[in-house]
Design a protein around this ligand. Structure first.
Ligand code: PLP
Length: 390
């Protein structure tokens, strides 16, 4: 059975051209970029070429890019780095309820060390209200951290608007752009951000490598101390093949982004419309207008997201759900809870995320298989039958 992969937000396959670009850096150009001999300098050249590629894509200068081990580290570096370096200025951070755990847990950690954190609510579609954010700023605020787009429900935040507010207030602004880099255009000056986190494995690059954009002049402390690589911002020997892979992935994204946005938006809308037409008692989570082009997150009443996911898997379709099965209870994710969904809808959520190799035939297959799975599960759902009799 040929698998249908619709979980591109979790991770993407590595593009064959990325693999090709990385290969020589395992066995041929294996030097340490910090070494002064030819072998090291060749590796350094490749790292700097990748840095230029990443910087150019987001409208930054090469010296403003620090390579990291991924999105989580980039988020940690941005938030802890600013908190540590700006202690004298203030100790207040503003974020929002639907951030990725890489941001929320970092803020929670800082809270335990005395930093004050304001976690803003979102509306029913997952959007932060810029006016509410503006009112939350105090003289002690040093950082605002709001993600570019949400990994579960695809909501795109009003980043440029928040950027203007942050700039006017003299507060640093970080955005977690892990789900958008390579998928949406994101120029750091248009967005008005001082820090932007990205991760290679979400844009057809390898796992375990990412980058943080740090606007020139930003006061930030490193988290890793050692050999002083990345201008002292991130010590540790460079992951040369990984960095080369990120650079190549960005180069491909730059070339294909316009066409991909169009193609994926068509597939996304076909899938959303098709599900809403074929299945009763279901709804779209997140907005339609400010939404990632590849994300469809649907809640279906009277069925568990986990059961649907497992049944889809048996039919060869890889999707994900907004519930995490922990300690025997199926708890809806913090993102779905923040939307204020009723319990049954929060429990019955399914996320499909499409990518470069998703075809229309695959979407048609989901539209054929999913309604059958839902009918089968509802046939044994007492809640569904009670509701029918009401
Ligand atoms: N931020 C967001 C929005 C994500 O979706 C992810 C990964 O799922 C991360 C951060 C973490 O990135 P990484 O897996 O590269 O550490």
């Amino acid at each position: 059975m040929k698998r249908i992969y619709l979980d591109y937000a979790a991770t993407t396959p590595v593009h064959p051209d990325v693999v090709k670009a990385m290969r020589p850096f395992f066995t041929r150009t294996y030097g340490n970029p910090s070494s002064i001999h030819a072998c090291g300098q060749e590796a350094k050249e490749a790292v700097e070429a990748a840095r230029g590629e990443v910087a150019g894509f987001i409208g930054a200068g090469s010296e403003e890019i620090a390579f990291t081990s991924g999105g989580t580290e980039a988020d940690n570096l941005a938030i802890k780095g600013v908190a540590y370096a700006n202690r004298k200025k203030g100790n207040h951070i503003i974020t929002c309820a639907i951030e990725h755990h890489a941001v929320l847990e970092t803020c929670k950690f800082l809270e335990e060390t005395g930093v004050a954190v304001t976690c803003l609510p979102v509306d029913g579609e997952g959007r932060v209200d810029p006016d509410t954010l503006k009112k939350a700023i105090t003289p002690k605020t040093i950082l605002i951290s709001i993600m570019h787009a949400n990994n579960e429900i695809g909501t795109i935040q009003p980043i440029a608007e928040i950027g203007k507010i942050a700039r006017a207030a003299g507060v640093y602004f970080h955005t977690d752009a892990v789900q958008t880099t390579g998928h949406l255009r994101g120029d750091v000056n248009e967005l008005g951000v001082d820090l932007l986190a990205m991760s290679a494995h979400k844009l057809y690059g390898p796992k375990g490598v990412g980058a943080l954009y740090i606007r020139k002049g930003t006061r930030i402390a490193p988290l890793l101390h050692g050999g002083g690589q990345e201008s002292g911002m991130r010590s540790s020997t460079h992951n040369v093949p990984g960095i080369v892979g990120l650079g190549e992935a960005v180069r491909i994204a730059r070339r294909e982004i316009t066409e991909e946005i169009q193609r994926l938006t068509f597939l996304r809308d076909k899938l959303i419309k098709g599900i809403l037409q074929r299945i009763d008692d279901c709804r779209l989570n997140g907005p339609l207008a400010f939404r990632l082009p590849n994300n469809a997150n649907i809640s279906i009443s009277y069925v568990e997201g986990e059961s649907m996911c497992l049944n889809l898997d048996l039919a060869g379709i890889c999707a994900s759900t907004g519930s995490a099965c922990s300690s025997g209870s199926l708890e809806p994710s913090h993102v779905l809870r923040a939307l204020g969904l009723p319990a049954d809808l929060a429990h019955g959520s399914l996320r499909f995320t499409m990518g470069k190799w998703t075809t229309e035939a695959e979407i048609d297959r989901v539209l054929e298989v999913l309604p059958r799975i839902v009918s089968k599960l509802r046939a044994v759902s007492p809640l569904y039958h009670t509701r029918k009799q009401r």
